[in-house]
Ligand binder design. Sequence first.
Ligand SMILES: Nc1ncnc2c1ncn2[C@@H]1O[C@H](COP(=O)(O)OP(=O)(O)OP(=O)(O)O)[C@@H](O)[C@H]1O
Length: 290
Amino acid sequence: MAASVQLDHVTLKFKKFEALKDVSLTLEAGKIHGLIGRNGAGKTSLLSLIAAFRVPTSGKVLVDGSPVFENPEKMEQVAFVYDKDYKEETEKAKKLIALASHYRPHFDMDYAEHLIKRFKLPIDKSVNKLSKGMQSALNVVIGLASRAPITIFDEAYLGMDAPAREIFYKEILKDQEEHPRTFILSTHLVSEMDYLFDRVVIIDQGQLVLNEPFETLEARGASVTGAASDVDAFTADMKQLNAQQLGGTKSVMIYGELDELKRQEAHTMGLEIGPVALQDLFIHLTEEAS
Ligand SMILES: Nc1ncnc2c1ncn2[C@@H]1O[C@H](COP(=O)(O)OP(=O)(O)OP(=O)(O)O)[C@@H](O)[C@H]1O
């Protein structure tokens, strides 16, 4: 089960400060959305509106066409996983999982047990005694096993080591094939997670920069790799986002579409053309927006 999200001219103010400024966007049902933005861009503010933790100052936040705020039927369709403060949480991990299974209508306990094993989560420990990475794994177990039609992970990986993050990413992809839902993944680990995204949403200083399919975004640039002197000659009059050199081999990320003629020229020169890195595009687009 998956649901769509629509923001219609949404503004969120904290006193006079506008954390979100007239944001309108649609998140498609059944897609994995990567939400990226600099620190303080407004990602958590946006997500807390979708999860109905807050009400917008103006504008509408709709889940499958109906307002989500104070709407229990829509609110139970949204799972919002974020970096909770568990300092005072003395219940055991298994108790929190059992509680979630009661109030989440699509919760799958068999899947939760599978995830507990995958993350080696010590469910008999009090939650405040779990390591930071284990607390994150607990949040991820609850978020994934809830199978909420809209599942939001707001930097849910904090404290997780690389193997645990890898398990998290693989489980998202595997479960999405079998039980499609709408995921929103807010992250600063852009280069690590970009392969998960069907669509990319970038916000900057409270404003929407773009909301596009990943392939369309990737086509906005390219990577050019080959002998350093040839790469330099080929990219001389192009907008360069990033360059790396190892010995005589250079790789340059360029901004701008390469037409067929240019691609043939690169081929003739023995240069390899690949996709542009989302991380480099993101840095460029947010600098441009500023
Ligand atoms: N409760 C609040 N009161 C006042 N200002 C707030 C509040 N919550 C957020 N803000 C401000 O709103 C802006 C957006 O914050 P938000 O947490 O949404 O950003 P973010 O993109 O999630 O950032 P980060 O990547 O650093 O977590 C920031 O300038 C922040 O200081």
